[in-house]
Design a protein around this ligand. Structure first.
Ligand code: WT7
Length: 648
């Protein structure tokens, strides 16, 4: 069995760019890499000059490690760059968003429509008392109003914070309270797999304990007999407010370093952290990587399948493609509703040319079989992208063959919430592709592989590191500058540690191995082991819990939880179900453990630290390594016997 897997994993074909692709690409040769490395700041400044500024910057970078200011004193507005600029440049009637709801309803919004709607909602927010600097939280389905709302915030200088609609009431509450948000925007629901995601109901639950919120705006997505309760004095209908709103709102002149948004992501310890991105540098990254990595052209139809609740949706739905004036597809629902060809039908119907998705989705498509894409006309596709986790070579080859018809380059893009935009990636007209490798750093990005001590690894494995600041880097963790410094900049002095392990081959290509900290990447989403453990011990019957990641066919990694229950509890399928649901209620469905293993003890070091490595080995059924530092080695053996028994 293992041998078959090894053989499948081995892939040594390489894919040089097709000369025909190169001939039409924005970047046709590798001179951009030399240009960037000869004068990094000059390089970023040159590209920043393509954005529209209201006042020029005086200095490209002010670096007081680990605190950076980019394009110092420069003034601009992100919304103007994403909307007004295109309206002025003759693209007013170009489709900005081609949207499809899961039930099949369709809407197209032009850049002209976007300008009007964004202005109106910006005025709505102002009327609700939102001022420059006030935080606005969005808890919405994938509908155009989410993009409208986010851009309206950018227009008036109110940082937005989008919370993915799959998160629980507790998660929403924690995020609202951490940033003391003033207004929350939600919907009466969203469609997912034929059912209704009760967003308003969950918001009501969260708002029981959110004293900073003064108003809740509700978009009516579902309507009909789906009833929700509107709380007098707090809840307001989107359509009522918009009907009265003025169609022009003067954009705010924002400093390059003014906060654009806060997006929460999981870390090793504690609660999710609010990653802060500012205006100038972030927008440059989103703009430039969209243009060069996805080779965006005026005639392209771009579809990034990520929800705006994740950073991918921020950078490659809202800010990147829109600052380029692109036409984009937006889809509300699941890939298998009403049938497993839904994505390919969307590509066919809307003539998608550039498609960006996650390996977990590709693996699901593989499992569903090639007949689904084969039944659709995908001939408009010219470029494919992958993001979120390492893409295994089989999935890469399947994507290349069955979606790209052997024609389309695949850009495997490594980056993070914290990095703001793509960091390690091929440039499709230039880079020879190797399935499974994110290839090389984007021009201007200085990446390296280091040992624990900071020695450069030229060939072989180590820790991924970014050696110098870049314009679209995070500016900090909201309310916690120390944690920012500690988490990202303390492993090696003045250098950024992303938390990933990687290797480099003889051609200098990077192969990302995945997280080396206590973060699990489940289906491309980051979950902290501590978060899941806290959720489990929150249940009255759980005494102790330890969570590890285990390989999963579709998700890449799934969650396995070792749980010690109190005497009152009876281990068994019922409790297993209850505990899984408890985690879903506490965090959200993405954190649902795949497996719960009841145990009477957990392997710990003599100092009391849970030995996750050992648990992982047990959960994966590997032979156990050195257990001599264990307080009680017998625990491991009993766990192993127990677990294998349950497996069989
Ligand atoms: C983590 C960041 C970046 C947007 C989506 C996830 C993993 C991301 C790749 C890739 C291998 C990848 C890393 C990273 N990751 N892209 N192409 N190859 N691993 O953003 O939630 O902040 O997660 O995702 O482990 O640290 P995120």
């Amino acid at each position: 069995m293992n041998e078959t897997i090894d053989r499948l994993l081995f892939e040594d074909r390489i894919f040089p760019p097709d000369p025909a692709f190169t001939a039409q690409a924005h970047i046709k040769d590798d001179s951009i890499y030399q240009e960037a490395s000869l004068d990094r700041l000059g390089f970023w400044a040159k590209w920043a000059g393509q954005l529209e500024w209201m006042e020029p910057w005086t200095e490209v970078l002010e670096w007081k490690a680990p605190f950076a200011k980019w394009f110092v004193d420069g003034k601009l507005n992100a919304c103007v760059n994403c909307v007004d600029r295109h309206v002025r440049n003759g693209l007013h009637n170009k489709a900005a968003i081609i949207w499809e709801g899961e039930p099949g309803d369709r809407r197209t919004l032009t850049y002209w429509d976007m300008q009007r709607e964004v202005c109106k909602f910006a005025n709505v927010l102002k009327d609700l008392g939102v001022q420059k600097g006030d935080r606005v939280v969005f808890y919405m389905p994938m509908i155009p109003e989410l993009a409208i709302g986010v851009l309206a915030c950018a227009r008036i200088g109110a940082p937005h914070s989008v919370v993915f609609g799959g998160f629980s009431a507790t998660s929403l509450k924690d995020r609202i309270n951490d940033q003391q948000a003033k207004v929350v925007v939600t919907a009466d629901g969203g469609w997912r797999r034929g059912g209704i995601v009760p967003l308003k109901q969950t918001t009501d639950e969260a708002l029981k304990d959110c004293p900073s919120i003064t108003a809740c705006v509700v978009f009516q997505r579902i309507g009909g007999s789906h009833s929700i309760t509107m709380k007098e004095g707090r809840d307001l209908w989107w359509h009522d407010l918009m009907a009265k709103a003025d169609a022009w709102c003067e954009p705010e002149k924002m400093d390059s370093e003014d906060l654009l948004f806060i997006l929460y992501t999981s870390g090793t310890t504690g609660k999710p952290k609010g990653i802060m991105h500012t205006t100038g540098g972030y927008l440059l990254g989103a703009y430039m990587t969209s243009l060069l990595v996805f080779d965006l052209k005026p005639e392209d139809v771009f579809w990034c399948t990520a929800d705006i609740g994740w950073v991918t949706g921020h950078s490659y739905f809202v800010y990147g493609p829109m600052s380029n004036g692109a036409t984009q597809v937006m889809y509300e629902g699941a890939p298998d509703t009403p049938s497993r060809d839904r994505f390919w039908k969307l590509c066919e119907d809307h003539g998608v040319t550039v498609f960006y998705t996650a390996p977990t989705a590709i693996r699901a498509f593989m499992k569903w079989g090639p007949q689904h894409p084969e039944s659709r006309n995908l001939s408009r596709l010219r470029l494919l992208g992958s993001v979120g986790e390492p893409i295994n070579p089989e999935a890469w080859m399947w994507y290349h063959t069955h979606i790209g018809n052997g024609r389309c380059p695949i850009v495997d893009t490594w980056w993070q919430t914290e990095t703001g935009s793509i960091m390690i990636t091929p440039l499709p007209g230039v880079t020879t592709l190797k399935p499974g490798s994110a290839t090389v750093p984007f021009p201007g990005i200085e990446a390296e592989i280091l040992t624990e001590k900071g020695k450069v690894v030229t060939s072989g494995g180590g820790y991924l590191c970014i050696k110098s600041p870049w314009p679209f880097m995070l500016r900090g963790i909201y309310g916690d500058p120390e944690r920012y410094e500690q988490t990202y900049w303390s492993k090696w002095k003045g250098m950024y540690f992303p938390g990933d392990g990687a290797t480099r081959d003889d051609d200098g290509y990077f192969w990302i191995l995945g997280r080396v900290d206590d973060v699990i990447n489940v289906a491309g989403h980051r979950i902290g082991t501590m978060e899941v453990e806290s959720a489990l011990v929150d249940h009255p019957l759980v005494a102790e819990a330890a969570v590890v990641g285990i390989p999963h066919e579709i998700k890449g990694t799934a969650i396995a939880a070792f749980v010690i229950i109190k005497e009152a509890g009876a281990p068994g399928p019922d409790l297993e179900k209850t505990l899984k649901q408890h985690v879903v209620d506490q965090i959200g469905a993405i954190a649902r453990p795949e497996k719960i293993i009841f145990s009477s003890d957990l392997p710990k070091t003599r100092s009391g630290k849970i030995m996750r490595r050992l648990l992982r080995d047990i959960a994966e059924g590997k032979t156990l390594g050195d257990t001599t530092s264990l307080a009680d080695p017998a625990v491991v053996e009993s766990l192993k016997v127990k677990y294998e028994g349950e497996e069989g």
